[in-house]
Design a protein around this ligand. Structure first.
Ligand code: HEC
Length: 155
């Protein structure tokens, strides 16, 4: 084989290997991280957190727990939304780095999946307990990346 042919062959092999895999999906940024937090994640987390617990008011003590199938479905939908949103956090331009940010996002997925399982078992106690772990998953990321909060943890 002449040198030029060998060169052409090796270039075509490289280019075939180089562009292996599907082209990048055509993502379109709709909301910045702050909007994603407020419009989706915080809103849905409140649906989950407020679904169980003891609330004391002037009128007395209210024990909150989902009552109907529709109530359970409502908080399950919220938990699914939070969990899938953690995948969005791992995409550009939300992602801040490849390490702790990704780990914190995966942490949110893990707690979200535990929450979905607790809801599927219709365990009020578990929803309450996992709710605290879910909150920790938020704080883990905010401690490092949310302006204002990060400052309080800086040493
Ligand atoms: C992987 C990182 C990460 C995780 C996990 C995360 N957040 Fe955030 N969050 C951020 C960042 C970064 C900001 C600051 C955004 C900004 O101000 O630009 C923020 C800001 C917020 C804000 C303030 C928005 C504002 O108006 O200033 C709320 C509320 C919030 N997050 C709720 C939550 C809740 C609830 C969870 C957990 C269920 C959560 N976040 C999990 C990264 C994260």
């Amino acid at each position: 084989m002449r040198n030029i042919e060998r060169l052409v062959l090796s270039i075509s092999v490289v280019s075939v290997v180089g562009c292996g895999g599907a082209p990048a999906p055509p993502f379109k940024l709709v909301s910045d991280t702050k909007t994603l937090m407020n419009s989706v994640i915080e809103k849905e987390a409140n649906v989950v957190w407020e679904s169980v617990g003891t609330i004391a008011t002037l009128e007395g003590v209210e024990e909150r727990r989902p009552q109907t199938e529709a109530d359970w479905q409502h908080i399950r939908d919220a938990a699914v939304t939070i969990t899938e949103s953690a995948n969005l956090l791992m995409m550009s331009p939300h992602a801040k780095d490849d390490e702790e940010w990704m780990a914190a996002s995966v942490g949110l997925i893990d707690e979200g999946q535990r929450m979905i399982s607790a809801i599927d078992r219709k365990s009020t106690q578990e929803v309450f307990d996992v709710g605290a772990d879910l909150y920790e998953a938020c704080v883990r990321c905010h401690r490092q990346y949310m302006p204002g909060v990060a400052i309080m943890y800086r040493r």
